[in-house]
Design a protein around this ligand. Sequence first.
Ligand SMILES: *[C@@H]1O[C@H](CO)[C@@H](O)[C@H](O)[C@H]1NC(C)=O
Ligand SMILES: *[C@@H]1O[C@H](CO)[C@@H](O)[C@H](O)[C@H]1NC(C)=O
Ligand SMILES: *[C@@H]1O[C@H](CO)[C@@H](O)[C@H](O)[C@H]1NC(C)=O
Ligand SMILES: *[C@@H]1O[C@H](CO)[C@@H](O)[C@H](O)[C@H]1NC(C)=O
Ligand SMILES: *[C@@H]1O[C@H](CO)[C@@H](O)[C@H](O)[C@H]1NC(C)=O
Ligand SMILES: *[C@@H]1O[C@H](CO)[C@@H](O)[C@H](O)[C@H]1NC(C)=O
Length: 501
Amino acid sequence: MLFRELTFNLANTVHFILQYFRGPRKMLPPVIVMFMLISFTCGENPALQVTLTDKGLQYGKNVGTEWVQERLALVTLPDINGKFGYGIMSIDYTLTGITIAKCDLPEPSVQFYQDTGGFKTSISGLSVALTGGWMTNFGIIHDGGSFNMAIFNMDLTSIVKLGKDADGHLSVTSVHCDAHIGDEQIQFHGGASWLFQQVVDLFKGQIKGKIEGTICPYVMESIETLEYHLQAMNVSFDVDEAFTFDLSLTGAPLINASSMNLGLKGVLYDIETHKDPPFEAQPFTLPEQPGYMFSMGLSEFTLNSAAYGVYSAGWLKALITDSMIPPHFPVHLNTSLMGPYIPQLPKMFPGLLMNLQIYAREFPMFSFHPGVVKLGLQGAVKAFAIQPNGTHTPLFKLNVDSKFSGKVQIVGRRLNGSMALDNYTLTLAGSEVGPFKTDTLERFTRGGMMMALSKLNVALGKGVDLPRMRHAQLVNTVLSVEEGFVAISSDAQVLTDRGFN
Ligand SMILES: *[C@@H]1O[C@H](CO)[C@@H](O)[C@H](O)[C@H]1NC(C)=O
Ligand SMILES: *[C@@H]1O[C@H](CO)[C@@H](O)[C@H](O)[C@H]1NC(C)=O
Ligand SMILES: *[C@@H]1O[C@H](CO)[C@@H](O)[C@H](O)[C@H]1NC(C)=O
Ligand SMILES: *[C@@H]1O[C@H](CO)[C@@H](O)[C@H](O)[C@H]1NC(C)=O
Ligand SMILES: *[C@@H]1O[C@H](CO)[C@@H](O)[C@H](O)[C@H]1NC(C)=O
Ligand SMILES: *[C@@H]1O[C@H](CO)[C@@H](O)[C@H](O)[C@H]1NC(C)=O
């Protein structure tokens, strides 16, 4: 459940990013850029890796044990049918409606099991008190009543194997189960219980054997139910009406004595084309951090596939008209006011309003390096004059290339960062009004860029709270940017009905 919620949260994050790219006229929440670092995507290599450590497994075990303990009271065990004696001298009996009256779960042991690539769980010295009803048929004589049963020193060992099915779902299968009951005592009430009691005492061990025989099938059935749910789980999430986020496994879980590593595809696809990006995820090694419950590695590929997705869907373009510029702004999209930048323009086309078509020439490219995130944007601007009869006359085209570098940090429960402009160049790519120098225009627009960036940095510095799920939150989270990926290691706290666990 925790994993599902986590992926869902990440899918929501991607949804935010898409909204950001898509709505150039909307007020953009600047913190979204930071969110991108927790979003994700791929090829054959996983773009997203999740490692569960033994610390995480033991925490999960404690939460799970408590969960099981709370639900044991609701369990009704399957009926037990049997027969004492032979032929016409036999008594058929049924123990039915068996519920658990009391059960103190001893601390189970759960460990990574490298041999089969799964988990080994064992419980020893379990004692359980059961209650239920009994019925007997002895020829035509029917009898019945209630019973109390105590089971002592039960040992149970279960080994499961984890794998990946053809669709990239996680799969779980039982490979071994062993149950043993040390001793059992049963007391019958009602009817001719004194008689039945004596028969049962005579065949002591039979009921114990029957109960032992039901435990492993019950465990296996539970594992099959779990497997059924895993198969039914979506491994891709529609983040909005246009994009789907693929989180299928790229391979079987890698399990050794100290950890389990899951490799997830993590590609963001356009729902209609479902086209893979024209580049592949590079392999990376997520270092094991035994001091944290889990670690997550997010490849730069994920951000780039998201960027490729929004770019190829045609969202990275905008039309700027003069009406979008506030009236008191010093510069307006009017050919007569362009003199300081393009001297010939006011002479050739006096007094006309202009439109600017802004678009990305390439998809934005992210790269991760130790301690820094880099982003390259290659954009272009096409300028048009609007003639009185409505015709758009092309004027010139500029290429605008910028490089940014950013830092990200997790302090307490907040993620913050900053962004700087490393390089900004403006070059003339074509002109219908003759050549002109771009330095003045470059200086002016760089100034505008720096102003926008400083506003963005105020918001980035404040940061955002780490995503919080309904049933769990992250604690002791650390983030580091490595070559090609971001690594996040964290502990988790499960929120129960009674508070934190
Ligand atoms: C799984 O995906 C399908 C199709 O995208 C959707 O209709 C369904 O609601 C999803 N199920 C869950 C549990 O998210
Ligand atoms: C388990 O595998 C991880 C890499 O996935 C490695 O860092 C770790 O040292 C291994 N542990 C053992 C006990 O082999
Ligand atoms: C463009 O600017 C000139 C000079 O300020 C002004 O006379 C003209 O009305 C403006 N054109 C439009 C369409 O606003
Ligand atoms: C609109 O005006 C421009 C400039 O005067 C002219 O070149 C163009 O042919 C006109 N277009 C139409 C459709 O009248
Ligand atoms: C994030 O916030 C912390 C504490 O408020 C601050 O010291 C740090 O400089 C900020 N980091 C960035 C990258 O802005
Ligand atoms: C900025 O980019 C241009 C063109 O890519 C390059 O010629 C120039 O050296 C770069 N400047 C810096 C400071 O990196």
